[in-house]
Structure formats: C-alpha cells, structure tokens
Write a protein of this length. Structure first.
Length: 286
C-alpha cells in the first residue's frame, strides 16, 4: 500500500535531533514493529499488514518490501506463499534477536543501587591491520557498556559484567591477548573525571534532551496516530541502551536528563500501548 498524505500526517511530528543522524531506515522501523507487535502475538503477518503499518511511519512500499526481503536473507524472517500473498513469520534466530533486544530496551534506564567505587578495566589491543576485528571489539564492548579511556583501555563501573566481556573477547578471538582486572580509581572526583573521558556524556545528554523535546511534542489524536507515535517512541528509545552505559548516579552530572527521559518513555509507552495494540489488530485483519 503506497503512503498517502493522511498516512504521513499520522506520523508527525517526527523525532528531531540537534545533530542530524539521518532518518530511521525501513529495516530499523521494521525491527521495531516486529519487536513490539509481531513477537508478542506469535502469529504470521501478511505483507499487506507491514505495508499499512510502516506506511503510517512514512515508509514507501518499495522500501518495506526490500526490508522484508533483507530480513529474510539474514535469517530473521521466513516467508510462506499463499497464492499471490505472502505470510511472514519470525524464525528462531529472529525471535532470539528480538527477545534479547526487548529485554535490553525495557530493562534499561532503571535506577541502580549505590556504587561501591569498583571499576572493571579491560586491556585489549588489536593490530591496526585487523580493521574488522578492531571494529567488532569497539562495537561489542560499547554495546556492553564499556567506555574507551585510552587506546586499548576500556572501563566500566560495573565489574559484574566481567563474564559477559570475557565471552565477547572470546567470540572475537582476542581473549588470549586481553587482560581484565577490577579496582578503584582514586576518589569520587577522579572517578567522575574518568567517566567524562571514557564517555561523551554531553553528547548523550543532548540526545536525551532531543528525545524529551520530541516525545512531548507527540500528541496523537486517533488510533492510527497513536500507533505511529508509539512506534516512533520505541524506535528512538531503542538506541539509548547503546549510547548510554548506565553509569551510577555518583558519576553523572546533576539533573541528568536521562532520568526524565526514562520517566517520559514509560509514561507514554504505558498510555499508548493498548491503543497501538488495538490498531495493530485492525491493520492485521484480512
């Protein structure tokens, strides 16, 4: 189903960013829809349903079909022909991917207990010539909440993540050349200095402020609009578990915007989810 002017209006206002990072891709929006609506239902979905749903988010028909095909190629979806129509279901790999992502998204941002001052320090270097491995190391450690303090030096105020980090290093193939240890790094002032060096907290806070501005501006007036607003909200929140390492409050600036963003996300999510679910059923009807 091609996008109409009415469909586009339902998706407004879109999330804005002070530093433009580009519009969300069709595949990224598809993953959001899969995680929010397809995974919980556990039922096959017609292509036409995806066209209608992503059309409300401003995605063109061609891009939706390409996103479905690419997801199938990567093993997340499997299509089954029924005459001229195709029904899509999640594969086991797709279910695993989305389940892990959902747990990460909804478990992220909750207040952590009092910090004991301990750090996990990882020493891991990869030769300049091994660009692929260097990229994997950087992205996987960042996904696990570690910050890059200096070349080859990664830190986290969550020593309990040590076993996860060891698994990552083993999967990448650099475990034998890496060293992990825990310890304290001076007083609280020094710890805050380390956090400011290892993570760009100003950039993260800027992203939270943009999320707050845009989230507050979303005021859907009907079911299609609420479906689009809900999907946009989740789509934008999905990136914060990667951007924000979840530092203890002791290491964060005063009046940290992440706390406000967390409250806004869950407030709007709880308010909009029942309506969005209802409209998804309407979109899924034959």
């Amino acid at each position: 189903m091609p996008r109409t002017d009415e469909d586009a209006a339902h998706a407004q206002p879109e999330f804005r960013r002070r530093r433009e990072l580009g519009a969300a891709s069709a595949r990224s929006l598809l993953l959001t829809v899969l995680g929010e609506f397809v995974l919980p239902a556990g039922e096959p979905v017609w292509t036409a349903t995806f066209l209608r749903a992503l059309g409300l988010l401003g995605v063109e028909e061609k891009a939706v079909r390409q996103a479905l095909a690419r997801s199938a190629t990567e093993g997340w979806l499997a299509g089954e022909r029924h005459g001229r129509r195709t029904a899509w279901r999640l594969t086991r790999s797709g279910e695993r991917l989305l389940t892990d992502g959902t747990e990460r998204i909804y478990g992220f941002g909750r207040p952590v207990g009092e910090w004991d001052g301990q750090w996990l320090v990882v020493l891991a270097t990869v030769p300049e010539t091994s660009r692929r491995v260097r990229h994997l190391l950087r992205t996987r450690l960042a996904w696990n909440g570690l910050g890059n303090l200096a070349p080859g030096v990664w830190v986290s105020p969550h020593p309990e993540r040590g076993p996860e980090v060891r698994e990552v290093l083993a999967e990448i193939g650099v475990a034998d050349a890496a060293t992990l240890f825990t310890g304290r790094l001076g007083d609280l002032a020094e710890a805050r200095h380390v956090a400011a060096q290892a993570w760009d907290l100003d950039e993260i806070e800027l992203a939270y402020e943009d999320f707050l501005d845009a989230g507050r501006a979303l005021r859907p007036a009907d079911d299609p609009g609420t479906f689009a607003a809900h999907a946009r909200l989740v789509q934008e929140w999905r990136r914060f578990p990667f951007l924000d390492p979840g530092l203890p409050a002791e290491l964060l600036p005063d009046d940290w915007s992440g706390s406000q963003a967390f409250a806004l996300f869950h407030e709007r999510h709880d308010l909009w989810r029942p309506v969005a679910d209802r409209h998804w059923k309407t979109l899924s009807a034959d």
